[in-house]
Ligand binder design. Structure first.
Ligand SMILES: Cc1ncc(COP(=O)(O)O)c(C=O)c1O
Length: 448
């Protein structure tokens, strides 16, 4: 039986070798990945093996400056000594104990998150999308009046989400994610969701009525191309939610926990949301998400109404607590603001030099450069030159470096990026320098 299984894996590999020319012959790891994984990602034929700080290395020993940070996860870079120490220590004590019991770290971590956010109560999940789903469930729970029969659709059940949003891949999060290429293959999605034009107060007012239980927004849209919510829109969403007994939910999965130079991106406004959702960097690279909310919402929650097996285990919570304390102890918010300003200044200089740069956007260490040409060739060229970054919505280069990035690394980043811009643009035809005629993008930009 074993022999048969092995033979069949070998024959699948042999066949794959003939059909996947991108994979170097010798590397069975790449061949296995291309052969046996579901093809949900289009990856370059490189294996990354380890990292230190803001540097990552591939299997051939090539060094990359990491300005993607695992898509905003590796906020303390790679192998940060404090994170490594805690993981070692806790792995030898208890990785998992079950949510049927208390562990030593959930309470202290919840307390620290409450202190940072100005909210009161926390639920731990395993990922961003799962935390978003939990937040949507809390909104539906909050909207339910005592006279609403169990199982009946309550009057207050609609969720207003934003155009150009991204909240994750599970059904709930996908239902409030606007991008059609993610949504349409999976319809029908969760009913009761309507999209509002981001930062369009009139559209929000028109769609907000007594049937709305929540308005959900990313304080800074990440995947959508680095667009910040305006103060006017935030204030109106806050006021309407309060007047109509609905919840304001801030998705801070990408922009929260320090990335903007504030603990939470919404802290530049005068008011708090009713729910803030975090994940990505929270546990220093281990999977952990959290829903933070108020006492008023918490009052609707009872044992058994929501739960998870893995969420909030002792290893991840201890690591998350260390992550938050490291940000405080090492005064990283200040570093984020200073390095962010240097990067912006450098990008603005590049924008004066290269006509295909349309706009530089973002705050702190969450920055985007919108191009009038497709961004993918720049990402490839950057990788060839030892710089990791990514492109979102086809035209926006996105930079999410670790919070520990140094001034010298910022200079190095700007130096490589300039070479990348110059190298790729040498291959442009004159027509490509003109602003693209992509209508959805043009319409999107005009909304701001
Ligand atoms: C703003 C935002 N919300 C939600 C998610 C989903 O998080 P996860 O991939 O951990 O499920 C992401 C992931 O990119 C995100 O950027």
């Amino acid at each position: 039986m074993m022999a048969n299984t092995k033979n069949s894996a070998q024959s699948v590999r042999r066949k794959a070798r003939q059909t996947i020319p991108r994979v170097p012959k010798a590397d069975v790891r790449l061949l296995d990945a291309e052969t046996f994984l579901l093809p949900t990602y289009k990856r370059p034929p490189i294996i990354f093996t380890h990292g230190r700080g803001c540097i990552v290395y591939d299997a051939k020993g090539k060094k990359y400056l990491d300005f993607l940070g695992g898509i905003a996860v590796n906020a303390l870079g790679h192998a940060h000594p404090r994170i490594v120490r805690v993981i070692h220590r806790e792995a030898g004590r208890a990785i998992h104990l079950s949510n049927l019991f208390h562990n030593a770290y959930q309470g202290p971590l919840a307390s620290k998150l409450a202190e940072w956010s100005g909210l009161d109560r926390v639920f731990f999940a395993n990922s961003g999308t799962e935390a978003i789903d939990g937040a949507l469930k809390l909104a539906r729970l909050y909207g339910r009046a005592p006279q609403d029969a169990p199982g009946a659709v309550p009057r207050k059940h609609r969720i207003l989400a934003m155009e150009n949003s991204f909240h994750g891949r599970t059904f709930g999060a996908l239902s409030v994610t606007a991008t059609e290429k993610y949504r349409l293959p999976f319809t029908p999605l969760v009913p009761g969701v309507e999209f509002v034009r981001f930062n369009d107060v009139a559209d929000l007012e028109a769609k907000f009525d007594e049937t709305v239980c929540a308005v959900l927004l990313e304080t800074i849209q990440g995947e959508g191309g680095i667009y910040s919510v305006s103060e006017a829109f935030w204030n109106r969403a806050r006021a309407l939610a309060t007047q109509r007994g609905a919840l304001l939910i801030a998705d801070e999965i990408q922009c929260g926990l320090g990335r903007t130079g504030r603990y939470f991106a919404y802290q530049k406004f005068a008011s708090n949301p009713d729910i803030a959702v975090v994940a990505k960097p929270l546990a220093g690279g281990l999977p952990l998400g959290a829903i933070l909310t108020t006492e008023a919402v918490s009052a609707r929650v009872s044992p058994g109404i929501h739960g998870t097996t893995f969420g909030g285990g002792p290893l991840v919570c201890a690591t998350a607590l260390e992550f938050l304390k490291t940000i405080e102890d090492e005064k990283l918010l200040e570093n984020i603001r200073l390095r962010g300003a240097e990067i912006r200044e450098g990008l603005a200089k590049l924008a004066r030099k290269f006509a295909f740069i349309r706009e530089v956007r973002g705050e702190g260490l969450m920055l985007g450069v919108e191009l009038s040409v497709e961004g993918a060739p720049f990402v490839t060229e950057a990788m060839n030159r030892g710089l990791l970054m990514n492109c979102t919505h086809d035209y926006t280069l996105r930079f999410l470096p670790p919070f520990i990035v140094t001034r010298a690394q910022v200079r190095e980043f700007l130096r490589i990026l300039e070479l990348v811009f110059a190298a790729v643009s040498r291959g442009f035809s004159a027509a490509e320098y003109r602003p693209s005629g992509n209508s959805s993008r043009a319409a999107h930009a005009s909304a701001r």
